[in-house]
Design a protein around this ligand. Structure first.
Ligand SMILES: *Cc1c(COP(=O)(O)O)cnc(C)c1O
Length: 391
């Protein structure tokens, strides 16, 4: 992720609000009523993991969740200056592979494991560093119904660790597949299987965690996390990613969302008008002339396209803010360029700031137009858009 050198790059950038990120974290943790792991995987959902990690740590996050060992190492480096008591633990959520194990051990990351080969790779790496028995913490994921990551038999998996293994199962977790369907019986079924697995394993644990942003909205899931944790001497923890960045999926059923209303979008994706032109009735716009001016129009050009992550499905359908006023995207979104109708924004001028995503241009709307979820829109804003932290 590049950080910005003002005035030396093309005018396309994403502002990351430090205060909103910190507030969203604190609000969601309070709503969960327990420790909250802040998920910053996939480069903090496109917000920049190395920018977000120190802000979340400063807001009191005790745990951060990353995708990979490589991302964990970068995040750890970004936290380098923090005093030890503020240093969050880093959970590597999507497995360890070959050489990654040694790097995870070296940097003190905490991997989630569920395959025997992952245990063996980590044991070998820990022994090479002469770690004492039980000194390297791992978390085990239990598959309770997604058929994705996770063990089906926690007791049998735990038994794969010899008495003198350098590894110690410090935490167990599961992931729920339907939390935004608040009345889905699957949520309770998954938690029920999780409870049985944890109890049958007889493990003594420090952490038991589950859920995601929509899970924090579900009182029953939170109660179940707490009760499972209580049976094995562990602290309960919820996890949340999307809410950190200011969003939550609408809940189905008649559930009352208590997380969503107070969240504020952290990212404002901006650009500037780089060209303006007046076109006559009948002028065709963009690739394949998918738009024809029905009357004389004023068009503005912005230097952003689908290579930046502005979805092509927004062609002739999406809108952005120019001067705080809505401007429709006309014609096809091109790779690097997009054309806006500013006929009704008489003050529009070259250099005007344009908001592509942020207050007044919700990511949910772009997601709906693109037939996807807000997560994919945020993760899809490409690396060539520099991110900068603002207040
Ligand atoms: C991504 C992820 C989360 C966070 O999900 P959100 O819906 O963004 O809150 C939580 N747990 C696991 C295991 C995940 O992979």
């Amino acid at each position: 992720m590049r950080t910005i050198e003002p005035n030396q790059v093309r005018p396309v950038w994403a502002e990351i609000s430090a205060s909103r990120l910190a507030t969203n974290f604190r609000h969601t943790r309070a709503a969960a009523g327990m420790e909250l792991l802040a998920v910053i995987k996939a480069d903090a959902y496109g917000h920049g993991a190395e920018l977000c990690a120190p802000i979340l740590a400063g807001a009191g996050a005790a745990w951060l969740g990353v995708t990979s060992v490589e991302e964990g190492v970068r995040v750890k480096a970004s936290l380098g200056m923090l005093p030890h008591f503020l240093m969050p633990r880093i959970l590597v959520m999507c497995g360890v592979w070959n050489g990654e194990a040694a790097v995870a051990v070296e940097h003190g990351l905490t991997p989630v494991v569920w395959e025997e080969y992952q245990l063996r790779l980590l044991e070998e790496a820990a022994r090479k560093r002469s770690l004492a028995p039980g000194s390297f913490a791992i978390h085990v994921e239990v598959d309770t119904g997604m058929a994705r990551q996770g063990v089906l038999d926690l007791a049998a998996f735990a038994a794969l660790l010899a008495e003198d293994s350098p590894l110690r199962i410090e935490g167990v977790m599961t992931h729920l597949g339907s939390t935004e369907e608040a009345d889905s019986p699957l949520n309770h079924e998954q938690m029920h299987r999780f409870a049985s697995q944890v109890s049958a394993s007889k493990l003594h644990l420090d952490w038991v965690h589950a859920g995601n942003t929509s899970g924090v909205d579900a009182a029953q899931i939170l109660t179940e996390i707490k009760s499972i944790a209580a049976t094995c001497g562990a602290q309960p923890m919820a996890r949340s990613g999307l809410a950190m960045y200011g969003y939550a999926l609408p809940l189905t059923g008649d559930a009352e969302p208590h997380v969503h209303p107070a969240l504020q979008p952290v990212m404002t994706w901006k650009t500037r008008v780089i060209s303006l032109r007046d076109v006559p009735t009948g002028a065709t716009v963009g690739y394949n002339a998918t738009f024809t001016a029905p009357q004389p129009m004023r068009l503005a050009l912005i230097p952003v396209g689908y290579a930046d992550g502005l979805r092509r499905e927004l062609s002739n359908r999406g809108h952005v803010l120019v001067h705080g006023q809505h401007a429709k995207i006309v014609g096809r979104v091109s790779m690097d360029l997009t054309i806006l109708d500013v006929t009704n924004i008489p003050g529009a001028a070259i250099g005007d700031e344009v908001t592509l995503i942020g207050d007044g241009v919700p990511v949910e709307e772009q997601a709906a137009l693109a037939g996807t979820i807000p997560y994919e829109i945020l993760c899809g804003i490409s690396d060539r858009v520099p991110r900068m932290v603002v207040e």
